[in-house]
Design a protein around this ligand. Sequence first.
Ligand code: OAD
Ligand code: ZN
Length: 226
Amino acid sequence: MALTGAGISAESGVPTFRGGGGSAVWKGMPFEVISSSEMAASNLAEVWDWFDYRRGVLKSCSPNPAHYALARIEKESGDFLLVTQNVDGLHKRAGSENVIEIHGNINRARCIACNRKIEIPFDVIPHDPSFCDVCGSDLRPDIVLFGETLDEGAFEMASKAAEHCDLFLVVGTSALVYPAASLPQIARRHGAYIVEINPEKTPLTEIADKTIRRPAGEALPLLLGL
Ligand code: OAD
Ligand code: ZN
């Protein structure tokens, strides 16, 4: 199985949140503040502004060789789960099918009252519609914000897979956000071989059996002998 983070989409032109000694800021606010449940409760319009801005960046981005390599691993192994923290949808666009998007998807909205989910076209910016057509309440991004818990079923499926996998690829994540970062640790405890692909050191580096300090778009195709 694999766990991916923002770094796998960096070569597609999607900015990461952390890394390179920096951290993302939007209108003077650290991204942890603008992406928080508190902000969604107090100023949902501002949260949408931030996500619509990111949807705008994504409009011109395409999957890169790292996304395609993981899709190929799934096809060739037949028993491969991809867990991504990314909300950009690039893994599915590259052909991966067995994907758990544990932090949600940026092209989906959810009604704050009745929980109805609505796909929002990625090239419609700002998002539309703004209100739930069933109950009329506000829509919010269908994304897990800071201060919120993950979808329990999705995380449980991912952690069960981590208990049973032989090989765990950790690609392009700073491994600072939990519980996602616990998945490789669970796999390690159950005997999996851990490979980290990241140009920078992370807290998971010390439990990795092998570390590849290269951009994912180079490392993953090389790993497949491409
Ligand atoms: P981060 O932005 O925290 O970390 C990106 C990681 O990618 C860093 O460790 C970089 O060194 C690495 N990196 C940069 N370029 C790379 C490349 N070309 N190839 C491989 N690695 C590269 O992103 P995440 O770990 O995904 O939450 O962040 C976790 C969560 O924090 C995100 O899912 C997001 C954010 O809040 C939500 O959206 C809910
Ligand atoms: Zn509703």
